[in-house]
Design a protein around this ligand. Structure first.
Ligand SMILES: C[S@@+](CC[C@H](N)C(=O)[O-])C[C@H]1O[C@@H](n2cnc3c(N)ncnc32)[C@H](O)[C@@H]1O
Length: 300
């Protein structure tokens, strides 16, 4: 190559590099990524792990991409690399991303048939256990799920005139913001949309615009931060309720979590999953089905 043509080549290359990336190419929510986007996404995941404390490797990539795209759209960004730079500089954006990825949506007594099955199949057995009874709501969001469980236990204890002091519910989530809301225990109409008036009037104090869970229910639940992908699990449990959480994890990670759940449960302890979640293959071997439509399993 002559000197002149070599220089032309270099100029062309510089010009190409200076070209803006087409702004319409928000690659990001779904579909195949270009190699460049894929590389930028990997870089962004490392930044998210570092700055947001979220171990991205366990989450389903398409969920993660959809959620990241929501925040990028909100900030008018088209490239993962630019969004990564923003995360480094903007601490508030880290919280917003975490909120968006975590989707802390929950409701009291979500999926009524599951709570009916818990009431009839599971709760009587829990009260029949001798000694302390330990229950764990894993991925409890704003507390609706563990408080629903506490209400169920209270209702049974009142009806059968039984003491509750042997029972304890540990409720955990990765998200401190959700846990702070859970400890406040104040809810709007949305959270109570699937709760009967009788239960609402009995177990909540109404204020102008919110309902607060009564103290006797609150006192049964202890909230702690716990990352299901990284932290140690509690042991000696009689029930784990983990609904609408593992759905966000890669299959391999789900399998690992089920193994760890089995190790945390006492023999015959219960595992309750979300309506669209289930145990597959080898993991199913450690559990029997207690109520299949309601996704209630029992450790063998
Ligand atoms: C959709 S909510 C489920 C709430 C409740 N279990 C229900 O079904 O109504 C999912 C929850 O999982 C939590 N979560 C996501 N990743 C987690 C992790 N690695 N460890 C613990 N909790 C996690 C989120 O913060 C969120 O509160």
């Amino acid at each position: 190559m002559s000197e002149a043509s070599d220089e032309r080549h270099q100029r062309l290359r510089r010009a190409l590099q200076a070209l803006p990336v087409a702004p319409s190419s928000l690659p990001l929510a779904s579909g195949e990524l270009t190699p460049r986007d894929a590389a930028e996404l990997e870089e962004l995941k490392l930044l998210i792990t570092r700055h947001v404390g979220l171990d991205c490797s366990g989450y389903k990539e398409r969920c993660l991409r959809r959620r990241i795209a929501v925040r990028m759209r909100a900030r008018g960004m088209h490239r993962y690399r630019d969004y990564g730079k923003l995360l480094e500089d903007d601490i508030a954006e880290r919280d917003r991303l975490l909120d968006t990825v975590m989707i802390n949506v929950s409701k009291f007594f979500r999926n009524a048939e599951v709570w009916d099955a818990l009431r009839t199949i599971v709760v009587p057995e829990l009260f029949a256990v001798e000694g302390p009874v330990r229950l764990w709501s894993a991925g409890c969001a704003g507390g609706e799920e563990p408080y629903s469980l506490a209400i169920l236990l209270h209702e049974y204890a009142v009806a059968k005139r039984l003491p509750l002091d042997r029972l304890e519910i540990l409720a955990t989530d990765i998200d401190e913001g959700a846990l702070a809301a859970a400890r406040r225990a104040e809810y709007g109409a949305y959270a109570l949309a699937e709760t009967s008036d009788a239960v609402r009037d009995r177990w909540f104090e109404a204020t102008d615009s919110t309902y607060r869970v009564r103290s006797e229910v609150r006192s049964l639940v202890r909230f702690e931060q716990l990352d299901l992908l990284r932290d140690e699990y509690p042991a000696g449990l009689h029930l784990i309720i983990c609904r609408n959480v593992i759905i966000y994890f890669e299959r391999e990670m789900q399998d690992r979590i089920f193994e760890r759940f089995a190790a945390s449960l006492v023999p015959t302890g219960f595992l309750v999953l979300g309506k669209v979640e289930t145990l597959f293959g080898a993991n199913a071997a450690g559990f029997n089905v207690a109520a299949s439509r309601e996704r209630i399993f029992r450790r063998t």
